[in-house]
Design a protein around this ligand. Structure first.
Ligand SMILES: Nc1nc2c(ncn2[C@@H]2O[C@H](COP(=O)(O)OP(=O)(O)O)[C@@H](O)[C@H]2O)c(=O)[nH]1
Ligand SMILES: [Mg+2]
Length: 280
């Protein structure tokens, strides 16, 4: 970016002959580099705040009971009334030396005429989308739902709750499939299997991350600034390609280097002039 900016400033300020092709090549490489950094980085928030785990499922299946059971305290309100939990709550949870961020929210099936409940459902669904892992609960005392949870297999931990009660017809068969864990959030039976599975998945995920080339961990702010820089570089490239070296492209290059400057420290205009005069 610095080299591209130096060439452009040289052309505009000092009326030097500069090939816009050459600037374009630098800009394209910088844009690709910024995008590559974002794509291959890992999220620092996951290291600092914990891997997100959403407890999800329909209303009244025992999500809040499991949330409280895992945390070992009565955090979420549990009642027999469906639709008790409306807003999402989350709390840190450590298992196997790994920091998780556990969340409980509204049931994903609730429709309700109540605006608060509807908003809760929307948030619960969004959080299930974003979460690194989802503990999906079904209610073993009621017949198995026909629909499967809409969650990617690699992040799904599927448990059948209320196994302290007589199982409804259909469950013994469904439970015979190994990928469902039978638990009782109320008595605590089987909850350790859920935790063990969570730790196993998180460890596997970490191992996958370690395999590839070393990754930079970026904060959300750094990621946003890199994305801004890439977008400015893209527009700079568009301007350069259509109208050669002129003020609009130069301005996008300044914006790109300002965004990068906010990550690595301000880029001094002297540095740019230094870059220019080392060339001519
Ligand atoms: N028998 C039994 N009841 C449970 C279990 N887990 C939750 N419940 C009951 O199911 C009802 C709904 O629980 P809650 O945690 O509020 O469900 P949520 O709507 O999914 O958050 C409450 O009356 C709980 O006491 C369980 O493992 N066994
Ligand atoms: Mg609840």
């Amino acid at each position: 970016v610095l080299s591209a900016r130096a060439l452009v400033e040289a052309a505009l300020e000092f009326e030097q002959e500069v090939s816009s092709e050459r600037v374009l090549t630098l800009v394209a490489a910088a844009e690709a580099g910024a995008r590559e950094l974002v794509a291959s980085s890992r999220d620092r928030a996951a290291l600092v705040e914990g891997l997100t785990v959403a407890i999800a499922g329909r209303r009244n299946v025992g999500k809040s009971t499991l949330f409280n059971r895992l945390l070992g305290e009565e955090r979420a309100i549990v009642t027999a009334k469906a639709g008790t939990t409306t807003d999402r709550i989350d709390a840190p949870f450590v298992a196997g030396g790994i920091l998780f961020r556990l969340s409980d929210g509204a049931g994903v099936d609730a429709k309700g005429d109540d605006v608060v409940e509807r908003e809760g459902v929307r948030r619960a669904r969004a959080y299930v989308e974003e979460a690194a892992f989802v503990i999906w609960l079904d209610d073993g005392s009621r017949p198995p739902p026909r629909k499967q949870p809409m969650v990617a297999a690699e992040k799904l931990i599927h448990a059948v709750n209320k196994c302290d009660l007589p199982l409804a017809a259909g469950w013994p068969h469904a439970l015979a499939r190994r990928d469902r864990l039978a638990i009782s959030a109320k008595t605590g039976r089987g909850v350790d299997k859920v935790v063990a599975e969570l730790v196993r998945r998180a460890t596997a995920r970490d191992a996958r991350d370690e395999e590839g080339p070393a990754k930079l961990s970026l904060s959300a702010r750094e990621r946003r600034l890199l994305e801004e820089a890439a977008a400015s570089l893209y527009r700079a490239g568009e301007h350069l390609a259509s109208s050669g070296i002129e003020e609009l492209g130069a301005e996008e290059l300044r914006l790109a280097s300002d965004a990068l400057g906010r990550i690595v420290g301000a880029i001094d205009i002297e540095e740019i002039y230094g870059e220019i005069f080392s060339r001519f």
